[in-house]
Design a protein around this ligand. Structure first.
Ligand SMILES: [Zn+2]
Length: 226
């Protein structure tokens, strides 16, 4: 039995109704979770299906954002900058890593014209880093890791997290981990420290534990570098 099913969507830009595959919850089997939240799955990878793309007009966003009603000015900007160049492409069937990379890159365009939050770009770049790492494309993975790091840094500096302070904690932790992956051990140590001391650290004990472990790893890696 297939672990995929069809879910219906209506495009907020062109009104097209279509179905796109999703992974059945019962079929999701996470084997491993890396310290940058990259999960490795036994079967189908639900992360590949996170972005929905309208085959008719090219509008593409994460599932929850895709469902949001748009202002007419927001529709117009997608029509003028994306749909006018779009040739029908179908990302609604089963996805492999390469297809997941393509559809996430297409989503970048929709978010760029809508001047989305830096935290959203961080999330997209981080996923593109994971997918490239899965393919062994280490240079591309490194490039996207750097872009994710820059986006999360901007998010931390510019965006307010009053409604969801736990989100800020997650971003501070990720800035630490991505710095560590890029070999910036001193910065990593500083951001892990901030995670551990954060006023909401008690709300996410797993993240606090991760920060402690990755702090120790960064100290070790920094010593090896000398
Ligand atoms: Zn559409």
């Amino acid at each position: 039995m297939s672990s995929l099913f069809d879910r219906s969507y209506t495009c907020q830009v062109c009104g097209n109704t279509f179905t796109s595959k999703q992974v059945k919850t019962s079929a999701i089997r996470a084997k491993e979770r890396k310290k940058d939240f990259h999960a490795i799955f036994g079967g189908e990878n639900p992360t590949y299906y996170g972005v929905i793309c309208c085959p008719k007009c090219g509008y593409a966003k994460f599932e929850n954002d895709f469902k949001q009603v748009l202002e007419s000015s927001e529709k117009a900007i997608i029509e003028n900058t994306i749909s006018s160049h779009w040739r029908t492409q179908n990302f609604c069937e089963e996805r492999n890593t390469e297809i997941a990379i393509s559809v996430h890159r297409i989503a970048l365009a929709s978010y760029k014209v809508h001047s989305a939050k830096q935290s959203v770009f961080g999330k997209l770049y981080l996923r593109l880093a994971w997918f490239n790492r899965e393919l062994g494309e280490d240079d591309e993975a490194k490039r996207y890791t750097e872009m994710a790091l820059c986006a999360f840094l901007s998010s931390y500096e510019l965006e307010r997290f009053e409604e969801v302070p736990e989100k800020e904690l997650e971003i501070i932790y990720l800035i630490g981990e991505l710095n560590r992956q890029q070999g910036n051990y001193k910065d990593a140590i500083r951001w892990f420290d901030m995670t551990i001391r954060h006023e909401y650290a008690y709300k996410n004990r797993l993240l606090k534990q991760y920060a402690k472990e990755q702090w120790a790893l960064s100290v070790e890696e920094n010593n090896q570098k000398k």
